[in-house]
Design a protein around this ligand. Sequence first.
Ligand SMILES: Cc1ncc(COP(=O)(O)O)c(C=O)c1O
Length: 366
Amino acid sequence: MQVPFLNLAAQYASLKEELLPVVEQTLAGAHYILGPNVTALEQEIAAYTDTTFGIGVNSGSDALTLALRALDIQAGDEIITTPFTYIAPAESIHQMGARIVFADVDPKTFTIDPKEIARKLSPKTKALLPVHLFGQASPLDEILKLAVLHKLEVVEDCAQAIGAKYNGRSVGSFGRMGCFSFYPTKNLGANGDGGMIVTRDEGLAKKLKMLRVHGIERRYFHDLHGYNSRLDELQAAILRVKLKRLDGWNNRRAEIAARYTAAFKGLPLELPVTQAGSTHVFHVYAVLSDRRDALQQFLADKGIPTLIYYPRPLHLQKVYEDLGYREGDFPVAEALSRRILPLPMYPELSDEQVEYVAATIRRFHG
Ligand SMILES: Cc1ncc(COP(=O)(O)O)c(C=O)c1O
């Protein structure tokens, strides 16, 4: 049996009949930039995430960059984030000319550890940028407590966690802004790039809407240093179809996760942990193994290719050499990079495929 690591063609096949007429209507409607589907999706995502305003932008990376710009982050400011994630949040800090300050992660949930944040605070710290990694929230209670105590802004990176809740409320509704990605492999993925910022703050929403169109409120009158970063109308139309399926897809992910977890009981693996008060939307289901590379090879030989993320924590990336971090600075993130193995996880996996992955992993362990 073959189990692809991802299967976006399967998602398309399941939606084709619904998507094609919507694409046709959008093309015929000829309102290609910031049209009715972008406005409608912004309202739908704001409602879905327990916020008030949605601002559609070109990508999740741009969502982070515009969010920091909207907070007037300046050169010399420090922003604390995690070294164990995709590079986009760190890049957005760098783009402000601000300093990226990493804080190590929790060994069970892989999200930023508030005790480590506390150790990294300085008079220059302006904001915290937690990433809700692999589909579950960072420990927001403790993060918000630190933010209140030290008068810091919080921007949530929700790229991997749309649909996840924390104490009954959606991620993205806790900080000043929440940033989502609609990259095709995300739980809610477009058929191209896309992203959105959500907020409850009307002033910020207005500013973000200006930032995404060259700093204008009125055409050809520029009040802010802006960007060209708009969510594409065609992608918005497609995303509105997919949003209706999102909860069902996330439930299927949770079901697959439960099957994996049950099958791996007793094996020398560390399994995903969902923190109390959280729901996990399993963007990624990853195990930790002391024999990770051998296990990965065994799976590949049996038709189950996998992809390691993240193989090198951000503080050890060449691009951040100038920050002066060294191996050993973030031992938890470094150990995760050596031991982590993400397994196939998407709603279109069949029960037979899930069972085959589970059985193959049991076989590896004898
Ligand atoms: C945690 C995280 N933040 C930000 C991004 C950036 O999103 P995008 O690819 O839409 O720019 C991604 C993924 O791509 C991500 O995984």
